[in-house]
Design a protein around this ligand. Structure first.
Ligand code: ATP
Ligand code: MG
Length: 177
């Protein structure tokens, strides 16, 4: 357990540049070193097992959940996206209100908010009332809704200056996944 005085922050990593998820993973490492109880919930990535961070989480025994498989494609049935998003959010709500964690990462959580599968106002109101005060909560993803930015304590926008993708260089193991 952390000290009573711990002030839980709501942290948002957003923007078009690379580094949102990896910034959150950096916090996971730092918090792990402090014996924090950590939970990572990924809202977009499908479970392939090839993600370096998932392998690392297994080794250091960080609780890790991959939800929202199939969210990403534009031609997806919106009702399916809506239902998946609500299921995933209910799961996250249980973890957040469980009082079992000091740090929770909601990776790529901006997307269900941005696409309107979840109501941003309702999500923020629930967090305002139900997030345990000492819990640090990190949300990543592009297109963070303005209301989320307003509610957060810390917001960093990753700005792309260069990305190897523009030179046709594909994602690199250990760097991109
Ligand atoms: P990372 O997981 O590497 O920190 P991220 O979370 O900031 O990246 P996402 O939008 O989640 O970015 O996209 C993840 C993947 O897309 C990574 O492989 C990343 O290198 C790549 N990526 C991120 N930003 C860009 C960009 N501006 N152009 C092309 N590819 C990008
Ligand atoms: Mg990401």
């Amino acid at each position: 357990m952390r000290s009573e005085s711990q002030r839980g922050l709501t942290i948002v990593y957003t923007g078009e540049g690379k580094g949102k998820t990896t910034a959150a993973l950096g916090l996971v490492l730092r918090a792990w070193g402090r014996n924090f109880r950590i939970c990572v919930i990924q809202f977009l990535k499908s479970e392939t097992g090839r993600w370096g961070e998932v392998e690392a989480a297994r080794k250091i025994e960080v609780e890790w959940h991959i939800l929202g498989q199939g969210f990403t494609r534009e031609d997806d049935d919106q009702r399916v996206n809506l239902e998946l998003a609500h299921q995933a959010w209910r799961f996250a709500q249980q973890k957040i209100s469980s009082n079992s964690f000091d740090l929770i990462i909601l990776d790529e959580f901006t997307y269900p908010l941005h696409y309107g599968w979840l109501d941003t106002g309702a999500v923020l109101e629930w967090l305002e009332n139900q997030k345990p005060p000492p819990l640090h909560l990190v949300i990543t993803g592009r297109s963070a809704p303005p209301a989320l930015i307003k509610a957060a304590d810390l917001v960093t926008e990753m700005k792309k200056i260069k990305h190897p993708f523009d030179q046709g260089i594909k994602g690199q193991p250990g760097i991109d996944f």
